[in-house]
Every structure is written in C-alpha cells, then in structure tokens.
Design a protein around this ligand. Sequence first.
Ligand SMILES: [Zn+2]
Ligand SMILES: [Zn+2]
Length: 657
Amino acid sequence: MSDVKVTLPDGSSRAVSAGTPVGDIAAAISPGLAKAAYAAVVDGALVDLSYPLQKDSAVRIVTDKSPEALPLLRHSTAHLMAAAVTHLFPGAQCGIGPATDEGFFYDFIVDRPFVPEDLETIETKMRELAQQDLPYQRQMWPREEAKAFFTSRGEPLKVQLIDEKTAGQKEVSCYTIKDRDTFVDFCVGPHVPSTNKLKAFKLLSTSNAYWKGDARNAPMQRIYGTAFPSDKDLKAYLAQIEEAKKRDHRKLGRELELFTFHQWAPGAAFWLSKGTTLYNILANYMREVLFPAGYVEVKTPLLFNKELWETSGHWSHYQQNMFTVESSDGEQMAIKAMNCPGHMLVFGSQGRSYRELPLRLHEQTPLHRNEASGVLSGLTRVRQFSQDDAHCFVMQEQIGEEVERLLGLVQRVYADFGLPYAAKLSTRPEQFLGEKATWDSAEAQLKGALERAGQAYTINEGDGAFYGPKIDFDVTDALGRKWQCATIQLDYQMPARFKLTYVGADNAEHQPVVIHRAIFGSFERFIAILIEHFAGAFPLWLAPVQAIVLPISDRHRDYATRVRDALAAAGLRVELDDRQEKIGYKIREAQLQKVPYMLVTGDREAAEGTVSVRGRSVGDLGAQSIDAFVAAAKDEIGRKEAGFGLKAQGSSHEEVA
Ligand SMILES: [Zn+2]
Ligand SMILES: [Zn+2]
C-alpha cells in the first residue's frame, strides 16, 4: 500500500499508509492527544477521527481546546438526546438538531408536548448511553436505500431532508450510535468518536416549534440543552442562566409595571404608564441624537395598497410575514412591516437635487409582522414594534463619509448605555444583484469608514444581502450575552425599483443609494435588553420614576407633597407614597421597584426644608436641601451615569434606621 504524507501544525510531517484513519495520527503523537481528540481538520475541513487519509494532507487534531470543539460537542450531544428520545418515546420523529451559540436543540414530532419530568427522564437515559461508551459511526448508504430505510421507519422528514440536501449524490452519510437499533440519523457530521466524550450536559427547556420554522408545517416539540467539555464550565453557565431568569424582562416587566400582554393581542405589548415613560425617554433620546446629525422625522402611512409592496418586491417575497386586509371597496392592502418602501415614496414625492443629499428620513411609527403565535415571546419576538429606523439617501461617492458619521452615532449611543459591542462587515454573497464594480466600491468605502472611525470589525465573507453589503453590531450585556442591534445596510435595488433619481451637479439624472440603518433596532427588543442588562435598576436618566417621596406619617403629608411638586416642577420624574404604611415598608417597596432615590420626610426635614436621601444601591445618603438634591440629580442625569450616582453627605436620619 502506498504512503501518504501528513503535515502537522508545527510543520513536522510523517508518512502513513493510505487509508489510515486520521485518529491514528493523534495516537501516534501521544496517548494524551488520542484521549483528548474529538475530531480532526484535514486540509481545512472538519472530519471524524475515522476519516481515512487518502492523499498528502495537512492535519490538525481537534481537542476540547480547539475553536471547533464546542459546536461539535453540542451537536453530538443533540444526537445523544435524539437517541434517548426515540428510545423513550417510540414513534417519535426526529427533525433537525443543530448546535447553537448557547448549546443545542433537537425538534421532534411526538404524540404529546414534553413536560419538565420528561426532560429528567431523557437526561437520565442520555447519561446511561454516554457511560456505555458507544461509538458514533459514519456510514455511506446508497441514496435510494437510505430513503427507503427512513420511509420504512416512518420518518418522512428525514426523507425530505435527503431529497433536499443530497440531490445528485449517489451516496448519503448516515450516523449510528452503536447500531441502527440504538440510533441512526441522516447527517453530514462530523461527531465525537464516542458517547464517553459527552460528560457535561444539561437539558434546559422545551418549546413549540414547526418543521422548518413555518407555522403551516407540522407542529413539533423542541428540546433545548447545553453541553460543555467540563463540569466546571457547565456549572458556570447554569449559574449564568439562573441570573438571567432573575433578570428576565418578562418577569421584571410585570414586577416593575412596565408592560403587559393580553391573549387578544398576541405579540403586541400594552405599555403601562412607567413603560410608556421609558419608551418615550428612548424615543426622544434618539431624536436628540439624530436631529443635530441632520436627520428629519417623518410619519408615513401604516396601511398601503399592494402595488407598493409589489414595487418593493415584498409582495412576492415577504407577503406571508405581513398582515393583509381588504378595504370596503375591494382594495388589497397590507400593514407595513418596514418603513423603507414608504420612505422611497417620500423621496420620490418631489424633484430632488444633489444639494439635498444626504437626505436622512427618520421614523418611529409602529410596524407589524405576521409571526406565528407559537413563536411569540415577551418583547423579543413580537408582532407589533417600532424601530429607530432611518433611510439615508446618498450619492455613490458619499457612502464612505455617511457611514463614518453613522459609526460615530452608533459609538456614542452604545457608550451612553454602557453597552460594549462588536462590528462585523458582511460582503458580497454568491448570488447578488448589480455590478461587481459597484459592490467593490461600496465595500471599499465601508472598510475605509470603519477604519477612519477607529472601529474594530470582523469580516463575514459573502454574508451580505443580495442587494448590498452591510455592517451589523452585536452588543454584549451584563451577563455576557450577545444581541444583534444596530445595522447599516447598503441598498442599490430599492431606489431602482422605485425609479428614484436626483439631478446631479452635471445636470443629469442619477440614482441615489439608500442606507437602511437602525441603532437600537426595535424599541421593544432594545428595552428588553436594557431591562435584563440593568436587572431593572435603570440608571437615573432612564428610570421611569427617578425619586419617590416617602412621608414618615400622615402629619408630614403636606410637606412631602410640597417636595414632590418642587421636584416635578424642576423636571424630575417623581412620585409620592402617602399611604398609611410604616416607613420601613414603603422603603422596601420602593427598593423592589428599583427607584433610584427615596426621599424620606419627617419632622426634622419639614422644619429644615430638607429631604433625607436613600440611594437604591448605596442606602442612606443623609439630609440635603431640596435644591441640592435637584442639582445633584440633574448632574447625574446629564452624565448618563450607570453607577451609584449621589454620594453620601450630611447626617443620616435616625428615624429611618
Ligand atoms: Zn449529526
Ligand atoms: Zn429599510
């Protein structure tokens, strides 16, 4: 048998006979590496350890320290879970089971929804299988034979996947765990070599799902789980989940009386008074950021004739995501799911000159998307929402400068909220519209803008939309979770579809480029992120109630009312708790409501014209004159500080202790 040459990452090489499984290389290097090996990368491709080396290759062994390890481990655990489910629920049909950023899931068609006790049973079965050290084995089956096999087992979804994913292939890859009776799945792989690599996993939750995420398809049950190389990592992650549960915006939204939902308006929040205040703070903050930057605000209709959506292309590509209605005279209409087409009409509503560009239209009106009720969740998956949306109409040569200005806005906004973030540039995909030269110019301008703005970024090669490149921003919250918020998206197609032109300096007609951009993304989602990031304890400038006046007894009510009125007149958001409750009780309640400042008023305060200030997080801050408190609070608001705010001064109030 002939030899093949294997080159290792350190540059060394060795000869092995052709057909040697790549896993044997790990064993030849060291028993420790063989034990730690999950898989291998051969000439850049991630493969199983059983992969036979047929030609000279560059080989790297993947262990739990490798960047490929976590998704591989998690996807392999998804198979283990599916093996347990099909064992415990005979007749269960498997859908897909990918790794995710947080773990993995697998979708099943089962007779009844899973309940929490099922997760325990499934997890126990998984541990049993894991301990048996069962091999994952890759087998190449003739395509028709594989289809016949899954048909005979009553797994039409797998047959459908084979049809869709392997057209033209003679053979398809199937994986068993131990043998076909234990578990078999159509999958491209790769996986860990054996179930004994799976030691630290946990099943977390179930949810409703649909085959391929489409509500018109079969309803499925999804099980979420996670897996890590070590128990220590798993424990740290589970602790983070516990913290996330405490911060869950749906829970805090109810406790802090920010918003509520009703089954008669699925996916549409009822913003209660405090939530509306928070919403308006953000809406007005964004106006304060955008107006000086040259944006103008518009309000366009919510309901448009289908001709608008046909022109924009949404009628053929996006109709199922929109709510459609018919007018009394038979006109077919749709409620807007985005502002862009309306803004195209605003641009085209009058003759435009290059002198008006960039023209920046900002809009915050409500949008609706026809999401299946089963996937709705709190403020993060909704049917009704608003965006801090804007469309900048620019000349091709203005793209770079406009994007640079936009990056400046993004940097400023996230700094104000204390949210770290990362930028990624997505470039021309394989399927794209327009000229390659135009794309090259646009991408070069985006890169130039990122560099001039001092903005670090990564590149997602080929991940742009078919109509233009884009820059996306992920913010990281206090728990280290990433959320995609801001986006800057170049678009050459929509202005063409709407036949938009401006008269250039050369007196000829030109087509503008549109930049779709949002910084918060949707207000709803951004508020959810803020609630969880701050655990509901908003910094003073965002707090719906900034201070609450707490009279110690009924005889201090008049003075407390005067304090409340003075603060309100100074522009602070202030409440008065004049219930006949003990002061300690009122303080605890205000504390639970996470009000930044509690102002206790008793005999001494009334006599001296002061308030005894308690900070939400720092406790007693002593007595201050009303004017001094207002000035300090305004200073803290102005600094948009996310920390402790006012510092202790003066003497403390004995009655409060
Ligand atoms: Zn797989
Ligand atoms: Zn848009």
